[in-house]
Design a protein around this ligand. Sequence first.
Ligand SMILES: Cc1cc2nc3c(=O)[nH]c(=O)nc-3n(C[C@H](O)[C@H](O)[C@H](O)COP(=O)(O)O)c2cc1C
Length: 328
Amino acid sequence: MPTPRIYLAPMEGVTTFVYRNAHAAVYGPLDKYFTPFLEPHEKRSMKTKERNEVLPEHNQGLDLVPQILTNHAEGFLELAETLQDMGYGELNLNLGCPSKTVVTRGKGSGFLASPGELDRFFDRVYKGLPGEMKLSVKTRIGMEADEEFAELLAIYNRYPLEELIIHPRLQKDYYKNSPRREAFRYALRESKAPLCYNGDLFTEKQIAEFEAEFPQEECLMLGRGVILNPGLPTVLRGEADGREESVRREKFREFHQRVVDGYRALDIGERNVLFKVKELWFYQIHLFEHAEKYGKKIKKAQNLETYQECVRELLSCCRIAPPGSLGK
Ligand SMILES: Cc1cc2nc3c(=O)[nH]c(=O)nc-3n(C[C@H](O)[C@H](O)[C@H](O)COP(=O)(O)O)c2cc1C
């Protein structure tokens, strides 16, 4: 079976440009990257954090697609113009975010509750978008019920979407329950846009099972699976050193250090650096065998020096779990 195309999922606060660069440098670039969502602002200017995500010099050599969260066509088009001036040729619309604060403003997966408005949004956006600018969508399958998806997909089919990335959960699922694979199967039959699957692919085994179930699907977006195991794409690409424990641990060490150094270079203060790097251990700790006690120490570290010491200890005492043994 051919290696699927692999995209890194946008994850607010996690797959930042620091993370993306460190990952690409150590594990090799993935096929596409997406920024955590950007929002149009009244004054048109981006927040520093948002600008940092899209600055071309922060994303050298990466195929990056800026993601936008809005239900306002004019705001979308204004931001699209700014991003086009920065050299971007594709944008992604976020129709998946399930968080209450976003949904109650009718954005993210909250926009899926108003198919008529969504249709008008696309109509206005496609009329105003420069011809050469491509638009892709990352979507859930509805708010409350599986039945909502057919109408939503019919809307997507009316427009020349570059790509439709489907996380087949409902808004009400948040990240609970299993992805609703039947909806994805339906999209494979009915979607005019090329599809990319996203959701709960954490291990090589789960990906192999997915590919056996959907042999025609050649594009996967991975989020938590990569954060948990940054070497997962290497293993999927069948690179021999992806399997060697000592090599994997060395690569992780280098990757981790690049992330720490990348945040330190931002001048955001030690506390913020510490917060950013600790956040990753919520996932990463599961990569290591018998690492709970080290995980607790990392969480408790009050400054970067102690933190780095705890990570060094973990990396010298805990082995990386074999590829086949990683569970959720
Ligand atoms: C902490 C966190 C932040 C996220 N931020 C975004 C975001 O900014 N934009 C987006 O489209 N999805 C976001 N997501 C959803 C992921 O892109 C992805 O759809 C989800 O994690 C399911 O994929 P996975 O099972 O491979 O992790 C976020 C998810 C998490 C856990």
